[in-house]
Design a protein around this ligand. Structure first.
Ligand code: NAD
Length: 364
C-alpha cells in the first residue's frame, strides 16, 4: 500500500494519487497565506450527490502530515454522512493548522473565506472543532458558500445543539437494541469532550435521568458543566472507569485496540467524527466483544441536517424532525448488521454507498 510521504526536506509526490488515504478524493486544496499565518487544507471527497459540505476544524496538528490525514478521513466521512441522511450533498471538510485559542484572527478567517470562494461552490463550509459562529461571520464576508452563520444574519446559527440531539436519538436507539428500552434513566454515561456538542448532550442526558460522567482536557469547562447539570467530573483516563455507555465527543480515533480492551461500556454512541482508529479492524473487535457501536457518521448528522436546511430555507422544526429520524435509521442499521452478520459500521457504509452508486448510475 502506498502512503503519503511529506517531509520538510523532501516533498515526495510519486504515488500520491494512488495512496490509500487519497485514492477516492476528487480534489485537495492547500491554502497558504504568510501574512495572516493561514495554513489550511480543503478536502473534497465526492460530489456525486451535490456540493461538498463539511465544517472547518482548527487544531494544533503535530505536523502537516497529520493535518492531511485528518482532512482526508473527515471529508470521506462527510460523504457517507450526507448520503445516509438522505441529503443531496457531497463530502468535504477543511482543516486550519493552528491553536484556535491563540492563532485565530478575523483576518485569518477572512483569508480562509477567500480560498473557499475560489472553489465556486464545490465546497461549502461550516463550523467544526475550534471554530464558532463569529468565525463563520468572517468567512461570510468573503464568500456565500458558508453555512452555520449567526441567526441574526439569517442563518441557522450553531449546528451543535442539533448534532447533540441526533446523538441522543442514536444513543436511545442503541439502548433500546441492547438493553430492551430506550429509557436512559439510571444509565451511566461517560461523555468525553464537553464542548459545543458534548455540553448539550449532557443536558439531554441529565434531563433523561442518566448518571452523567464528564471528561475534558479543560478543568474550567468540566467545573462549569458539572455545576450546571450535576454531572460527575472524571479526571484522567476515561477507559478505567465503570459505566454503561461511552460517548466520545472530543476528537477521533479514541476507539482502538488498547481502549476497547479496557472499556467496560457495552454501547458506544457519540458525536466525534472517525471514532474508530482503524474502521474495519476496530468495528470487528467491537462486534466480537458484544459492544454495540452506533456509527458516528450516522448519529452525528444532526448538524449537517441543520445546515443543509439553511441552504434552502431554514426551518428549525423541520431540521429537528429529520434529526429525530436518526433513531429509526440507527435501529435499521443494527438490524441489518445482525441479519447479515456484519459490523454496524459496515452496515451503515453499505447503505450510504448504495445511494451514491444509484445516483452515479442515474447520471450515466
Ligand atoms: P468543541 O471544540 O466545541 O469541543 C471539543 C471538546 O473536546 C473541547 O471541550 C475540548 O477541550 C475537548 N477535548 C479535546 N481533546 C480532548 C481529550 N483528549 N480528552 C477530553 N476532552 C478533549 O467541538 P464540538 O463542536 O463539540 O465537536 C465535538 C466532536 O463532534 C468533534 O469530533 C466534531 O468533529 C464532532 N462533530 C461536531 C459537530 C457539530 O455540530 N459541532 C457535528 C458533527 C460532528
Amino acid at each position: 500500500m502506498n502512503d503519503l510521504k511529506l517531509t520538510d526536506s523532501n516533498l515526495e509526490l510519486s504515488g500520491v494519487f494512488s495512496a490509500e488515504a487519497f485514492k477516492s478524493h476528487e480534489q485537495v486544496v492547500f491554502c497558504h497565506d504568510p501574512e495572516t499565518g493561514l495554513k489550511a487544507i480543503i478536502g473534497i471527497h465526492d460530489t456525486t450527490l451535490g456540493p461538498a459540505l463539511g465544517g472547518t476544524r482548527m487544531w494544533s496538528y503535530q505536523n502537516e502530515h497529520e493535518a492531511i490525514r485528518d482532512v482526508l478521513r473527515l471529508s470521506r466521512g462527510m460523504t457517507y454522512k450526507a448520503s445516509i441522511s438522505g441529503l443531496n450533498l457531497g463530502g468535504g471538510k477543511a482543516v486550519i493548522i493552528g491553536d484556535s485559542r491563540k492563532d485565530k484572527t478575523d483576518a485569518l478567517m477572512q483569508k480562509f473565506g477567500e480560498y473557499v470562494n475560489s472553489l465556486s461552490g464545490r465546497y461549502i463550509t461550516a463550523e467544526d472543532v475550534g471554530i464558532n459562529t463569529h468565525d463563520m461571520e468572517m468567512v461570510k464576508m468573503k464568500t456565500d458558500h458558508v453555512t452555520g452563520i449567526p441567526v441574526e444574519m439569517g442563518g441557522s446559527g450553531d449546528p451543535s445543539p442539533v448534532t447533540a440531539y441526533g446523538v441522543f436519538m442514536g444513543m436511545k436507539a442503541a439502548a433500546h437494541y441492547k438493553f430492551g428500552s430506550a429509557d436512559l434513566a439510571g444509565k451511566r454515561v461517560m461523555v468525553q469532550g464537553i464542548g459545543h456538542v458534548g455540553e448539550t448532550l449532557v443536558k439531554y442526558l441529565s434531563e433523561a435521568g442518566a448518571q452523567v460522567m464528564i471528561n475534558d482536557i479543560h478543568m474550567d469547562r468540566m467545573e462549569e458543566v458539572a455545576t450546571k447539570y450535576q454531572a460527575q467530573i472524571h479526571q484522567g483516563d476515561v477507559f478505567t472507569a465503570d459505566y454503561d455507555i461511552y460517548a466520545p465527543c472530543a476528537l477521533g480515533a479514541t476507539v482502538n485496540p488498547e481502549s476497547i480492551e479496557r472499556l467496560s461500556a457495552t454501547i458506544i454512541a457519540g458525536a466525534a467524527n472517525n471514532q474508530l482508529a482503524n474502521e474495519h479492524r476496530d468495528a470487528e473487535t467491537l462486534k466480537n466483544k458484544g459492544i454495540l457501536y452506533a456509527p458516528d457518521f450516522l448519529i452525528n448528522a444532526g448538524g449537517l441536517i441543520n445546515v443543509y436546511s439553511e441552504i434552502a430555507k431554514y426551518d428549525r422544526a423541520e431540521s429537528m424532525r429529520r434529526t429525530e429520524n436518526i433513531y429509526d435509521t440507527t435501529l435499521a442499521i443494527f438490524r441489518k448488521a445482525e441479519i447479515e452478520n456484519i459490523t454496524t459500521h459496515q452496515a451503515a457504509l453499505i447503505m450510504a454507498e448504495e445511494r451514491i452508486a444509484k445516483a452515479k448510475a442515474e447520471k450515466n
